[in-house]
Every structure is written in C-alpha cells, then in structure tokens.
Design a protein around this ligand. Structure first.
Ligand SMILES: Nc1ncnc2c1ncn2[C@@H]1O[C@H](COP(=O)(O)OP(=O)(O)OP(=O)(O)O)[C@@H](O)[C@H]1O
Ligand SMILES: [Mg+2]
Length: 295
C-alpha cells in the first residue's frame, strides 16, 4: 500500500458520506423487495461513461434489495446499421417504418448486440443479468399496429404480457429488448416506452422510470422554465390531449398513463444525460425530473 492511500479522508468528508447513506436509508427500507421497471434509452445508452454509471446504479438497486427490470430499445444503432446495409431509413410520426429486412436487422441489433452489451455491463458492475426478447417464454405477445394513414410494416403493439418467465429468473436482473412476437411467430418492433409501461403494469411494479435526453416533461417544450416536477395521471392525459407533448414524448406519456391505470404507484421521467439520475430520483427527498402520481 502506498504512503498516501493510508492517509484517511478528512473527518468532514467521512461525515458527509455517512450522511448521504443516512438520507438514503428510509428509501432503501421503503423500496426493499419492490419491482422497479426502468426504460433505458436516449443519451444514457450511447455515452460510454453514462452506460457504465447506469449499470452501477442498477447493480446498487439490486444489491440493496430491489428488483430492477431493464427495458431498452435500439435507437441510433439501428439507423446506423441500416445505412451500412443500404436499407432505407424512414419514420412516420416518430415510428420507424419496418419492412421485412429492417425487422431482421432490428432483431439482430436489439437482441444480438445492444441487449448483450447491457447484460455484460451489469455483469461488470457486479450483478448477474439475463437478456430476453419478447419471444423468450412468451414474454411479449404482439400484433401489428394499425395506423389510419400509413402501413408501417412490422411495427407492433403489445397484445399481452406473460411475465411467468421472469419469476423463474430468481435473483438475475432481467434485461428486456422491445421486440414482440405474434401468434404465428412473426416478430414485431415495438416502442420501448410502450413495452416498459406494459411490463410495469403486468408486474404490478412499484415504479416505472424512463431515462430520456431532456430534464423531464415540459408543459410547453419551447419554454425551458415550464418543467413539471410533479403531476397526476389526469394532468398527463390532459397534456397528451392538449397537443403540447410532441414526437418521442407522446409514447412515453401514454406508457405512463397505461402503467398508472394498471396500478403502478408512480412513474418518473428523468434526465439520462445526468449521471446517477436514477439514484437521485429514488434516494433523495426532492428527486429530479418529472414524477407522475395517481392523483
Ligand atoms: N413537452 C415535452 N417535454 C419534454 N420533451 C418533449 C416534449 N415534447 C416533445 N419532447 C421531445 O421528446 C424527446 C424524448 O423522446 P425520444 O423518443 O426522443 O427519446 P427517448 O425515448 O428518451 O430515447 P429513445 O427513443 O432513444 O429510447 C425529447 O428529447 C424532446 O425533444
Ligand atoms: Mg423514444
């Protein structure tokens, strides 16, 4: 051991560390044994340092007695590989038009690459994880999503969640790729927010947390002073109907409503660009981002 590493930190620093632990204690007690579904996406999924800190946060939740369940999509990686393979990338109202070759690619990237990377990162952070897609154990039954004005191909909606396979995982952290499967075995590309909401509902999770690349939900996205720190399910329904939420925020808010209607206590939308935002939300008095409660 070197000379310097034997010098203890200053007493005040040690005191601060203990205080941090003490502030967290009531929350650790409150959430022990609780299922927390976390939608992993946006910036936290692309920057290497944020990926590692996210994995450590999930590991910590697991090690203090919670049951985290991670749900992820694919985002920029799918577009990148589509370009490489010369497949056309097209979005209609924020949804990826998914023809048969694109669906094949979505599965390869989401299930084969991204899912396994998250599992490996969690392993490095000290917890054992198991990667699943919707076809494993019949977890996510999907059907084609119908849209009035466009055929989006193999874009799906959740028909049914059968979460029994997760009960068999015991202490392993599930990492779920947002791909569903139809009764005929056809795979469907489903928005990861939608899957997170449906899974939280099916698992009767205590909380569902969405990591995104903004501070939270804004009343008016053009006005940075309008961040909503807490609101009710009815408020969120109003935001969707009122048209102030755009693009990627719409499926997120719909997933929040779906989860809360299904009995999930609270949903949080937090800034994934900030390291440890999940821990700040769960273990501090004020939290960060937007919290949505039943009423
Ligand atoms: N009222 C609003 N409040 C906050 N963000 C909004 C609002 N309306 C639209 N948005 C947009 O929603 C985006 C978040 O959704 P988006 O689908 O882009 O990211 P994500 O779901 O977090 O990540 P990914 O889709 O990669 O998993 C924000 O970056 C913002 O541009
Ligand atoms: Mg999104």
């Amino acid at each position: 051991m070197s000379e310097t590493s034997r010098i203890p930190p200053e007493r005040s620093v040690m005191q601060q560390r203990v205080e941090v632990l003490q502030e967290a204690l009531p929350y650790i007690r409150e959430f022990a044994g609780a299922t927390i579904v976390i939608k992993y996406g946006g910036a936290a999924m692309t920057a290497p340092d944020l990926k590692a800190s996210f994995a450590r946060d999930v590991a910590l939740l697991k090690l203090v007695g919670m049951n985290p369940v991670v749900v992820h999509g694919g985002g920029p990686d799918i577009s990148r590989y589509s370009d490489r393979l010369g497949l056309e990338v097209r979005f209609v109202r924020g949804l990826r038009v998914t023809d048969a070759p694109t669906m094949e690619l979505v599965k390869m990237v989401l299930v084969g690459k991204i899912n396994k990377e998250i599992v490996a990162q969690l392993q490095v952070a000290g917890v054992s994880a198991v990667g699943l897609a919707g076809d494993d154990g019949g977890l996510i039954r999907a059907e084609k999503a119908e849209h009035e004005d466009a055929d989006l191909g193999f874009v799906g909606r959740v028909e049914r969640i059968d979460a029994r396979v997760l009960e068999h995982l015991g202490d392993f952290v599930p990492v779920v790729a947002s791909v569903g499967v139809g009764v005929d075995g056809q795979s469907y590309n489903i928005n990861a927010d939608t899957v997170a909401g449906a899974l939280a509902r099916a698992l009767r999770a205590r909380k569902v947390i969405f990591l995104t690349d903004v501070e939270g939900v804004f009343h008016d996205f053009a006005d940075k002073g309008s961040l909503i720190s807490e609101c009710s399910r009815a408020d969120v329904e109003g935001l969707i109907a009122g048209g102030t939420a755009g693009s990627g925020m719409i499926p997120k808010l719909q997933a929040v409503v779906d989860a809360l209607r299904g009995g999930v206590e609270a949903a949080h939308i937090v800034d994934g660009r900030v390291p440890h935002s999940v821990l700040m939300e769960l273990f501090t008095q004020d939290g960060v981002g937007t919290k949505v409660v039943q009423a």
